[in-house]
Write a protein that binds this ligand. Structure first.
Ligand code: BYC
Length: 478
């Protein structure tokens, strides 16, 4: 079950050829996907050969093959992690009962909604990032961007398979709609806020892959704890691919921080911008922006939707089966600060209603570990500046703190103070224009842009000076 059949038009490990109707429906969706990819996927290097990894098996550790491929020839397909015999529903009212192989009628709409929301993010991120390669700081960075993009394309395939295989005609309609919405479009935007934000510079790309893809890790982890086994198996395999995306983001920001620190030290006034770099307070503003948008993706702190998903066994907490003993969470309350009459007061809330917040807290702990590593890099570079994550109440647009004025430490401030100080904390138009002005393509083998340190390691044991992108020779002018 874990080895992948690449002989079929749609590579898969789900024995697709045994279900001709499903196979035909997906083969009909395939050209629409390719049209979408060619239209709003990467806009440069589409026809050059990129050093990409492709899944060859879904066994842990044994699934990647590296080689040069043209992106439109990438073999997108349907890969589920192997079935775990005897798996039981990890959490909620049905905890301990056998998992479902088909969709229970009473949970059909909720499951479809969760799968559509998850699916929508995958093509959205590819659309957001489609012009980035035209200003890539190195060929290895361009390659990493494309690796992330083709895998988001495959994650879309994974979700579309679930919609086609388990949700009949409305699943097929939803799959078509996934190719019709567009990131940032005024009339047909993507579903979640962060996926309509522009992503036009590489500092944004690194923050996005570090923070927003990390939300993906936690949401997929929570869906991997689903009682609907095909969803769980799909997410478990997606999670193995997600780790690389997170490292692209974490190491990308780290390289910017190192270079910024070096340029700060080099300048007699300590001004990295005067040396053609990105100053450290600007990097902090990008962190503030993307961390806040990414924690919005966990939804409202107090959510009856989240309580219902948990009760029904559709979603679990992070590592629900492995790390928790009480999988029912009935009669348990937790206290959280809520805004009432102009101040924050502690309120006890039933744990089931706090499931979005529980997942967000697991995410924040993970993100904090990344910041520790970034600060270690700054220390190694001999600079006093330290970066930090803003408080989870800062600059929120979803949930109980939405649109309230909090400073980055989470203190409630008045509106006038917010207005006076927000440009210290968040990117201004001038900051964005400055960062964008540094974005020029560096396509020489082993070369890297001035504003970022070179990576310390290459991909798959290759050196940085490797031909990660084999560019077609430009025809000579006559
Ligand atoms: N923007 O009760 P609530 C990834 C809506 S990223 C806009 O809190 P719920 C990836 C919400 O939909 C992972 N709207 O909702 C990363 C609801 O609307 P309706 C994506 C938002 O359902 C990088 C209403 O507000 N996966 O994989 O408890 C690259 C009430 O809110 C937002 C998932 O999200 C927002 N930020 O929680 C590529 C997993 N937040 O239904 C890929 C599936 C909330 O009243 N989704 N709303 O119209 C879910 O689990 C849940 O739908 C959410 C929301 C956690 C998103």
């Amino acid at each position: 079950m874990s080895s992948i059949n690449y002989d079929e038009r749609i590579p898969n490990n789900v024995n697709l050829s045994s279900d001709r109707r499903l196979q035909r429906a997906l083969e009909k969706w395939q050209p629409a996907f390719l049209d979408w990819w060619n239209g709003v996927g990467p806009q440069v290097f589409q026809h050059d050969e990129i050093y990409l990894r492709t899944a060859i098996s879904t066994d842990p550790g044994g699934w990647a093959h590296f080689g040069h491929v043209r992106m439109p020839d990438y073999r997108w397909g349907i890969f589920l992690a192997a079935k775990e015999e005897g798996r039981v529903i990890p959490g909620g009212d049905h905890a301990g009962q056998p998992v479902w192989d088909s969709v229970p009628g009473e949970h059909r709409n909720a499951l479809k909604r969760l799968i559509v929301v998850q699916a929508d993010t995958e093509p959205a991120s590819v659309e957001q990032q489609r012009y980035l390669a035209s200003c890539a700081p190195s060929l290895m960075d361009a390659r990493n961007l494309f690796q992330v993009n083709v895998e988001e394309g495959r994650h879309l395939w994974a979700m579309v398979y679930l919609l086609h295989a388990h949700f009949g005609a409305d699943g097929r309609d939803e799959a078509d709609e996934l190719l019709a919405r567009r990131a940032g479009d005024a009339d047909k935007p993507r579903i979640l806020d962060a996926f309509n934000q522009p992503c036009e510079d590489w500092l944004t790309f690194y923050c996005f892959t570090c923070f927003t893809d990390r939300d993906g890790k936690y949401q997929l982890g929570s869906l991997a704890e689903s009682g609907f086994d095909p969803l769980s198996r799909t997410c478990r395999f997606m999670l193995t691919e997600e780790a690389h995306h997170l490292s692209v983001g974490e190491l990308g920001v780290e390289r910017v921080l190192r270079r910024s620190a070096q340029l700060t030290r080099l300048d007699k006034n300590g001004d990295a911008r005067a040396q053609g770099g990105i100053d450290l307070p600007t990097v902090q503003k990008w962190i503030n922006h993307w961390f806040s948008y990414s924690i919005d993706l966990f939804g409202a702190e107090i959510s009856t939707n989240a309580a219902d998903y948990f009760a029904a066994g559709l979603k679990g907490r992070w590592r629900e089966a492995a790390d928790y003993t009480d999988h029912l969470c009935i009669g348990v309350e937790k206290t959280i600060p809520v805004y009432e009459n102009g101040r924050l007061v502690q309120r006890a809330v039933p744990l089931r209603s706090l499931m979005n917040e529980e997942l967000r807290q697991s995410y924040i702990k993970d993100a904090e570990r990344v910041v520790v590593r970034w600060n270690k890099a700054l220390e190694e570079e001999g600079i006093d500046f330290r970066v930090s994550l803003p408080d989870s109440r800062f600059f929120r647009r979803q949930g109980i703190y939405a649109n309230l004025p909090f400073d980055p430490s989470g203190n409630l401030i008045d509106e006038a103070t917010w207005q006076a100080r927000k440009d210290e904390w968040l990117p201004t138009d001038a900051d964005r224009a400055y960062v964008k002005s540094l974005m020029h393509p560096v396509y020489g083998i082993g070369q890297v842009a001035h504003w970022i340190a070179p990576p310390r390691r290459g991909i798959n044991g290759q050196p940085f000076e490797f031909e990660y992108v084999r560019r077609e020779p430009v025809p000579e002018a006559r």
